[in-house]
Design a protein around this ligand. Structure first.
Ligand SMILES: Nc1ncnc2c1ncn2[C@@H]1O[C@H](COP(=O)(O)OP(=O)(O)OP(=O)(O)O)[C@@H](O)[C@H]1O
Ligand SMILES: [Mg+2]
Length: 121
């Protein structure tokens, strides 16, 4: 997704607290993955019927086997991780009629894309 200038306001059908939780989870995951000197790019794109927010990092990426399991709770590779961050984030996004997709390649990085139907202004 090409970075675009975010509009001042883009209503979606998810409350602020839930949005904050989802975005925070994705950003913390990315920051924990990239480590010092890493890069996280956040982009917002406005589509005809939805809003897309992507979080792209240049961290180590996620092995295919782990990626396949990420739909389930308690999948974690962190000593102190609960493995609930992505599971709960996806549940919140889905409750608003949206999707949370994760694209990743080992050695290349990870992109998480939140797609939410647009709400009324
Ligand atoms: N951006 C990312 N780069 C590399 N691996 C990731 C990334 N995001 C998630 N992962 C992998 O997916 C696993 C699950 O993430 P999730 O957020 O659900 O749980 P967690 O981060 O391990 O624990 P918690 O969110 O409770 O602190 C992580 O342990 C990590 O292995
Ligand atoms: Mg997490």
């Amino acid at each position: 997704m090409r970075p675009e200038r975010a509009p001042a306001s883009l209503p979606v059908r998810l409350d602020n607290e839930s949005l904050k939780q989802v975005f925070l989870n994705l950003m913390l995951n990315a920051l924990e993955a990239v480590g010092e000197g890493g890069r996280l790019a956040v982009a917002v794109a406005e589509r005809r019927d939805r809003v897309e927010v992507s979080f792209q990092d240049d961290g180590p990426g996620i092995p295919a086997e782990t990626l396949r399991q990420l739909g389930n709770p308690f999948i974690t590779t962190k000593a102190q991780g609960s493995g609930l961050g992505l599971f709960l984030s996806r549940r919140l996004v889905r409750s608003a009629g949206g999707t949370l997709d994760i694209e990743s390649a080992v050695g290349r990085g990870t992109t998480c894309i939140v797609r939410l139907p647009r709400g009324g202004a």
